[in-house]
Design a protein around this ligand. Structure first.
Ligand SMILES: *Cc1c(COP(=O)(O)O)cnc(C)c1O
Length: 368
């Protein structure tokens, strides 16, 4: 059976091998007589699933030993509160606002701390990233927050900014929900990274937090115990029942990622090469046509989320209907941006992007 290509922004498509493996193990995981959903999170079976997932994620993203990996619940939106509850410590924080997600983050943080907007690209409609040299960082903020891939606006930081070179010792917090595991991460520049799994790692329900050890243990007294990073870390993410099935599927995805090879590279480096090729293919098709347009500056276009408009917006429905008929699913753009959006996460093969590009050319020929 060949399945349609699913361009959903999230929850998003998963590698077929992962889904097949989960299906095969649904009723009986490794001869245990239990499905993963039915296991105690404290039993040896689930503990082995958990420990393997954690070790594989650490290896894939080359996460140094002085960082802890937490598997939490609540998604990226809960982290918008959990981060200031844990890290603000009564001090003001800096935000760089480059799209809808970092804007949501700064609004939520205002419930718990004073917020300074160090830079914003809102005026230009979130189509660029303000040059770090222009950021108005405070002298001593609790942390600096930014979203390294803006899922809705299609804006991505190619490099993680180096706060030290900007004269700041503050820890950098990144929301990497929608491009985690699509590229390597320079952990020397990061204090904390968080991401929901449902874009690039697995099903909704688990949020991965990677936190430098020295940032544990400063939560505000009002922070819920289940959201205190120190409590979560010292209980190996089992202070309360973790989202066991979501962790299991993410673990299968990590094993799939480790098996990937491309141009002499393996794992995340292989994925990055593929993601570059996929994004180049799609942006080139958009830029070469007079029919489609992507408004994001070329130096910060997302490799994962590609919004594009038809120059004639009245054809949107016809475009989407034709796409669906060809097995190209969930291409409707976010309501705040309009038009179309193709999310081309790790699990989207280049064949899917090629099929989309072929359809775009066909639709253009018939409608131009
Ligand atoms: C999807 C997303 C979120 C929100 O995730 P939820 O799981 O819905 O809370 C946060 N940040 C970014 C960048 C996202 O793409």
């Amino acid at each position: 059976m060949t399945r349609p290509f699913n361009f959903s922004a999230g929850p998003a498509c998963l590698p077929e091998e992962v889904l097949e493996r989960a299906a095969a193990e649904m009723l009986d995981w490794h001869g245990s007589g239990m499905g993963v959903m039915e296991m105690s999170h404290r039993g040896k079976e689930f503990i082995s699933i958990y420990e393997t997932a954690e070790a594989d994620f650490r290896e894939l993203l080359a996460i140094p030993a002085n960082f802890r990996i937490l598997f939490m619940q609540g998604g990226g939106l809960a982290e918008n509160a959990i981060v200031p509850l844990n890290l603000s410590g009564g001090k003001p924080v800096d935000f760089v606002v480059t799209g809808s997600w970092s804007d949501k983050s700064q609004k939520e943080a205002r419930k718990y701390c004073e917020v300074n907007i160090a830079a914003s690209s809102q005026e230009g409609g979130y189509t660029s990233i303000p040059d770090p040299s222009s950021w108005k960082l405070q002298s001593n903020p609790a942390y600096v927050h930014l979203c390294t891939n803006e899922t809705i606006n299609g804006v991505e930081f190619g490099l993680i900014p180096d706060l030290k070179s900007l004269g700041s010792d503050a820890p950098l917090v990144i929301d990497f929900s929608s491009h985690v595991a699509s590229r390597t991460v320079d952990w020397s520049k990061v204090g904390l990274a968080f991401g929901g799994a449902q874009k690039n790692l697995g099903p909704a329900g688990v949020t991965i937090v990677v936190i430098r050890e020295d940032l544990l243990g400063s939560a505000l007294p009002i922070c819920p115990s289940a959201f205190d990073y120190k409590t979560v870390a010292s209980n190996s993410s089992m202070y309360n029942t973790p989202p066991t099935y979501a962790i299991y599927i993410a673990g299968l995805t990590f094993q799939w990622l480790k098996r990937q090879k491309e141009g002499g590279a393996t794992g995340i480096a292989a994925m990055e090469l593929r993601n570059i090729a996929k994004a180049d293919l799609l942006y080139k098709a958009i830029d070469e046509s007079g029919f489609y347009v992507n408004k994001v500056n070329r130096d910060c276009r997302s490799r994962m989320n590609v919004p594009f408009m038809l120059r004639d917006e009245s054809r949107n429905e016809a475009f989407l209907n034709g796409a669906r008929a060809r097995g190209l699913l969930q291409l409707k753009g976010h309501k705040s941006v309009g038009g179309m959006r193709a999310s081309i996460y790790n699990a989207m093969p280049i064949e899917g992007v090629q099929a989309l590009v072929n359809y775009m050319r066909e639709f253009e020929r018939e409608n131009a």
